[in-house]
Design a protein around this ligand. Structure first.
Ligand SMILES: [Zn+2]
Length: 409
């Protein structure tokens, strides 16, 4: 197999399915381009010698039985859906890499001792319907009918109608969790700029960050900007400024891997000559250590209350996302690291600051990820790029990892 050539052909062909006239690629769950992409992947998996099947919801699997331990499965894959106007690598690079890596192994070494399986997961991004990880959550029997029964996309199209239109349906909830899976390995673009800045080809991911997200509203008093002396003001934006500045200073003191972001700020009435009587803002905080994340955000909550008291403001604090950090499996991380070393690839052990299917799967099966560099760290954009040579190295390290896991006794 001429890996470089085949990889490029597969990425180009799959990127054509769902290419969006308004830019990039748009392949939303249960849309026609989404189904066409899954059918293309099915054909490619079969060409690599794999037996394919769809599950009820539209996850696509391709499998070759192990000769000695067929009931032990080594699995690799990622998601086939994209964000609106997304790039050509997020998700599908991991799908293509997994079936090409397995195809390469079959061609080079024959059938494995353990079964090898690739998966093209139906959905991860949450970009059409207000739900995410539909593919991986169905795979590990976590998805609930009630989560999606009443949801629609922005055009008012019903989730269930769309699922059924494409020939899929809810999974049989009595089906037990698969017990054959020994390892899950996902390859993905970094979507950040660390590997590029440090001139590395591969990131071996040992954990996925936990995230806490808040919306905070501070209420004071809107007043005339000219006739209200400083001492008589209840200025909500002043409160926000104190809170954000102190919190960001603390985040710098704390250092990596903590990150703290005030991404959305909405003052009212947002007018040049009125003291802002109200401000709503978001706070997004991430860390690989759950305890440290908890401590930092508790400190943040106390600061909000303290500043509000000092300035005579009312504070509403709403914590609406609280996801724990997910460690990757040490043994699988070790296999990827060994694979990178045996291929003489420059790598680093790193965490993922973004969410991935692997965080859903990791609590059930030994799981780890590897990253390839993203040029300028750009993702979820038509500008998403990785050097073809780096993409090839990623597939080689993945193949070497799968070899260790599936061909060694
Ligand atoms: Zn992704």
């Amino acid at each position: 197999m001429e890996l470089k050539k085949v990889l490029k052909e597969n990425i180009d062909a799959l990127s054509y399915i769902g290419s969006d006239p308004t830019g990039g690629m748009t392949r939303l769950l249960y849309s026609d381009p989404w189904l066409n992409a899954q059918k293309y992947v099915q054909k490619q998996m079969e060409d690599e010698g794999l037996t394919t099947n769809f599950d009820e919801v539209g996850n696509l699997f391709g499998r070759v039985e192990g000769t000695k331990y067929p009931e032990e499965t080594i699995m690799s894959g990622s998601h086939i859906d994209t964000v609106t106007n997304g790039g050509t690598l997020d998700g599908q690079y991991g799908v293509i890499s997994s079936y090409l890596a397995i195809g390469y192994l079959l061609e080079t070494y024959g059938n494995p001792l353990r079964s090898l399986e690739t998966v093209s997961l139906a959905e991860e991004e949450g970009s059409r319907f207000p739900t995410a990880f539909w593919g991986s959550k169905n795979f590990i029997n976590l998805a609930k009918r009630s989560d999606v029964e009443d949801i629609t996309d922005p055009t008012g199209t019903n989730f269930v109608d769309e699922m059924r239109r494409q020939g899929f349906d809810f999974r049989d909830e009595t089906t037990p969790l698969r017990e054959d899976i020994r390892s899950f390995v996902e390859i993905h673009i970094e979507q950040g700029s660390i590997l590029e800045k440090e001139n590395l080809q591969v990131g071996v991911v040992n954990s996925i960050v936990g995230q806490r997200r808040y919306t905070v509203t501070l209420k004071g008093e809107a007043n005339h900007a000219g006739t209200t002396p400083m001492n008589y003001r209840k200025d909500a934006v002043y409160g926000f400024a104190k809170i954000s500045s102190k919190t960001i200073d603390r985040a710098y003191e704390e250092g990596d891997p903590l990150v703290a972001t005030f991404g959305k700020v909405d003052p009212k009435p947002n007018t040049v000559n009125v003291v802002p009587g109200e401000v709503s803002f978001t706070f997004d905080c991430r860390h690989t250590d759950g305890k440290k994340l908890q401590n930092f955000t508790t400190e943040f909550e106390k600061l909000v209350k303290k500043v509000a008291d000092e300035l005579g403001l009312e504070a509403e604090i709403n914590l609406w996302m609280d996801e724990k950090p997910i460690p990757m499996d040490e043994k699988v991380v070790g296999k990827i690291k060994n694979a990178a070393e045996s291929q003489k690839v420059n790598y680093k052990i790193m965490h993922s600051g973004a969410g991935h299917d692997s965080q859903v799967i990791a609590p059930y099966y030994p799981t780890a990820m590897l990253f390839v560099p993203s040029i300028n760290g750009i993702s979820h954009s038509p500008e998403e790029r990785t050097d073809l040579d780096d993409l090839v190295v990623g597939v080689q390290v993945l193949a070497s990892t799968l070899y260790e896991l599936a061909y060694k006794d």
